[in-house]
Design a protein around this ligand. Structure first.
Ligand code: TMP
Length: 212
C-alpha cells in the first residue's frame, strides 16, 4: 500500500513573531503523535538554497533590485522543494517550513512594491500548482516584533534594518494574504506567551488538518 502524502505546513509573519519557537513546539507535538516530521526554513532548507540565503540575508539593504531579489528567493525555493520538501512529503512525512512564498508576496510585493503579478508568474514557474495545506500567519505589532528580533542579534539582519514603514506594510500584507486565502491560512495572535500561542497553533492544526 502506498504511503499517504504528508502535509505541508508553513509559518509566516514579520520579524520576531516567534515562528522558530512555534515551529519547534509544533514539531515536538506532532512527533509525540507518531507523525514523521521534517522541519525546514526559507530561504534555505537544502545546500543550494542555503548558499543563496547568504546572498539574501547579509550585506547592504540596497544590494538587490526587487526583481533580482524575488528571482533569488524563487531559485532557492525551487531547489528546496525539489531536494527537500517534495521527497519528504512523498515519504509520508509532514513538512513544517519557517516561511514560504507568502513571504515573497509580503516582503518583495507589499514591502518593496514589486508587482504581485510578477510574483505570481514566478510562483507558477518555480512551484507550479503546489501550495501549503495550512499556513499559520503569526501576527504581532511591528514595534514588538522588531524589539524581539533586535534582541536576537547576529549577522542576518539585512531585512530587520529596513524602515518601520516597510515592516508596517509587511504586517498589512500578511493579514491581506490571510484574508484572501481563508481556506489555507489562519491568523494567530503571536503577542501572547509562547505556551498560549502554541495552544492556538495546536487547536488550528487539529481543526484544519483532522488531527486526533
Ligand atoms: P528569517 O529571518 O525568518 O529566517 O528570514 C530571512 C529573511 O528573508 C526575513 O527577513 C524575511 C526574508 N524573506 C523575504 O524577503 N522573502 C522571502 O520569500 C522569504 C522566504 C524570506
Amino acid at each position: 500500500m502506498a504511503l499517504a502524502r504528508g502535509k505541508f505546513i508553513t509559518l509566516e509573519g514579520g520579524e520576531g513573531a516567534g515562528k522558530s519557537t512555534q515551529l519547534r513546539l509544533l514539531a515536538d507535538a506532532l512527533r509525540a503523535q507518531d507523525i514523521m516530521v521534517v522541519t525546514t526554513r526559507e530561504p534555505g532548507g537544502s545546500p543550494g538554497a542555503e548558499a543563496i540565503r547568504t546572498l539574501l540575508v547579509e550585506g547592504a539593504v540596497e544590494r538587490w533590485d526587487g526583481v533580482t531579489e524575488a528571482l533569488l528567493h524563487f531559485a532557492a525555493r525551487r531547489d528546496h522543494l525539489v531536494k527537500t520538501v517534495w521527497p519528504a512529503l512523498e515519504r509520508g512525512a509532514w513538512v513544517i517550513c519557517d516561511r514560504f512564498a507568502d513571504s515573497t508576496l509580503a516582503y518583495q510585493g507589499f514591502g518593496h512594491g514589486l508587482d504581485p503579478k510578477v510574483i505570481e508568474s514566478l510562483y507558477r514557474v518555480a512551484v507550479g500548482h503546489f501550495a501549503p495545506d495550512l499556513t499559520l500567519v503569526m501576527d504581532l505589532p511591528v514595534e514588538k516584533g522588531l524589539e524581539r528580533a533586535g534582541l536576537r542579534g547576529g549577522a542576518e539582519d539585512r531585512y530587520e534594518r529596513m524602515g518601520l514603514g516597510f515592516h508596517q506594510r509587511l504586517r498589512q500584507g500578511f493579514l491581506g494574504i490571510a484574508a484572501s486565502n481563508p481556506m489555507r491560512c489562519a491568523v494567530i495572535d503571536a503577542a501572547q506567551t509562547p505556551v498560549d500561542v502554541h495552544k492556538m497553533v495546536m487547536a488550528t492544526v487539529r481543526a484544519r488538518l483532522a488531527l486526533p
